[in-house]
Each structure stands twice: as C-alpha cells, then as structure tokens.
Design a protein around this ligand. Structure first.
Ligand SMILES: Cc1cc2nc3c(=O)[nH]c(=O)nc-3n(C[C@H](O)[C@H](O)[C@H](O)COP(=O)(O)OP(=O)(O)OC[C@H]3O[C@@H](n4cnc5c(N)ncnc54)[C@H](O)[C@@H]3O)c2cc1C
Length: 214
C-alpha cells in the first residue's frame, strides 16, 4: 500500500500493476478483521492478492517470478522476503534441531542447562517478528534477574505482540495478536487513526532511544 501511495504520488500508478503473493490464505490469519480490512484496501487500490502461494524461483532473463504451482508473474520490480534460516553459527552450534533451537515456550529455556534462546533462532510457536523477540527477551531478563536476586519468577511468556499496519496516505492501523495464551491464535484490529500514527512514531523513537541512544 506504501508502493501504491508512492506510485500514485509520482502520477504513474495507472501504468503499473501490483501483486502480493503470500503462502497464507489471508493476510493476517489470526485476525479475520485485519485480513478483511486489508483485502478491502487492496481491492480499493487495485492490488492483486495471490493467497496460498510461494514464489519458488525467479527467471531474471525473462523478468518472471515462478510460483509453486507453476504460474508465472511478470515483473519489472521484484520485492521479496527471502526464505528464513538461522545463522550458520547457530546451525553449527549443536543446539539446533530442524534448523532452529527448540525452547520451552513459557520460559525460553533450551534443553541445555542455563541456556536460553530468544528471537528468530528459537522455535517458540510465534511468528518470527521483532516484537515477539522483544517480548520473549523481557521474560528471560526478568527470570535471570529473579534468579540472581532471589525474587519471583515472571509469568509464562504469552506470545502477545502488536503490529502497526500502514494503509498508505499516512494512515496507520494496528493488530494485536495473542499466539500462546489461548487454545488458538487470536487477533484484534484497530482501524487507522491519527492516534495510531503518533503511537507508531513513539514506538519506533522510544526503541531507537533505548537501544541506540538516539
Ligand atoms: C523484510 C522484513 C520485514 C520485517 N518487518 C517486521 C516488522 O514490521 N515488525 C516486526 O516486529 N518484525 C519484522 N521483521 C522481523 C524482525 O526483523 C526479526 O524477527 C527480528 O529482527 C529478529 O531479531 P533477532 O534478534 O532474533 O535476530 P536478528 O535481528 O536477525 O539479529 C541476529 C544478529 O546476529 C548477527 N549474526 C549472525 N551471525 C553472526 C555471527 N557468526 N557472529 C556475530 N553476529 C552474527 C546478524 O548479523 C544479526 O545482526 C521483518 C523481517 C524482514 C526480513
């Protein structure tokens, strides 16, 4: 939608086609409301949504993306998220099973005593997103401090996180997802608003200040 916005501002949107290919059946499976809002927004902007498909290869000679069912999508600009994998140092550490480090999703403990894994390298049952890495790291930090200082252990990691959704034209919505506390993942959607624009700005700025001191 940011691309739609950009191309519209450049005055060339009508000369372009935008297709979004993803392996999920809906844009945000745990939140039907968010998915519905996104599908409506895609339709309004003439963005083609191709669900349930992966890009299996690119043919740069012909400028064609080949999908996993053999269908071909021509492109001038291809923007892709590469297949995710843990870094070699993790794979070679002996801690990984099937490419990732298995943990107790409530405590982030690995099967090795006093070794925890958080973030994209760990198999927790949540998507691989920074917001979940941060939440899991917080549980581990509180747990370690409690062990050192003799305090109470924190509640189990709940797999909750929020993602801001850019609708273009400066409009920002939000989806809150909960992957672990119930029997199945759930999500709630907040419509785009000015409050959320300011909230997202603060979300980024506060982390930048905390992590990088600027
Ligand atoms: C295109 C894209 C968009 C995304 N958008 C979002 C989003 O909007 N919201 C969100 O929450 N998440 C998003 N994510 C996911 C998010 O970036 C990751 O989930 C998050 O960065 C994981 O944090 P991490 O600390 O586990 O791993 P990383 O951030 O990958 O950090 C691992 C670090 O280890 C370093 N490293 C690797 N090997 C070695 C070695 N041998 N020695 C030393 N260092 C090494 C790497 O260079 C890297 O800096 C997105 C990811 C992608 C790819």
């Amino acid at each position: 939608m940011l691309l739609d916005d950009y191309l519209s501002r450049r005055g060339v949107r009508d000369d372009c086609e935008i297709s979004l290919v993803m392996p999920f059946g809906t844009p945000v499976p745990p939140s039907p409301d968010t998915s519905a809002a996104l599908l409506t927004a895609f339709a309004e902007r003439g963005i083609e949504f191709v669900p349930g498909r992966r890009v299996s290869s690119l043919d740069p000679g012909r400028n064609v993306a080949v999908l996993d069912d053999g269908a071909e999508l021509p492109y001038d600009l291809f923007l892709g998220v590469p297949k995710h994998r843990a870094p070699d140092v993790v794979l070679e550490s002996g801690m990984a099973t099937d490419g990732y480090i298995a943990v107790d999703s409530r405590t982030l403990e690995t099967r090795f005593a006093d070794v925890y894994a958080v973030g994209d390298v760990a198999t927790v049952g949540v998507p691989k997103a920074g917001v979940f890495s941060e939440g899991a790291a917080r549980v581990v930090a509180v747990s370690l401090i409690a062990r050192v200082q003799g305090g109470e252990q924190p509640p189990a990691y709940d797999g909750r996180g929020a993602c801001y959704v850019e609708f273009g034209a400066g409009r920002v919505g939000r989806v809150d997802v909960d992957f672990l506390s119930g029997p199945k993942p759930t999500g709630t959607f907040q419509e785009p608003s000015r409050v959320l624009v300011a909230e997202k700005q603060h979300f980024g700025a506060s982390r930048s200040a905390r992590w990088f001191n600027h």
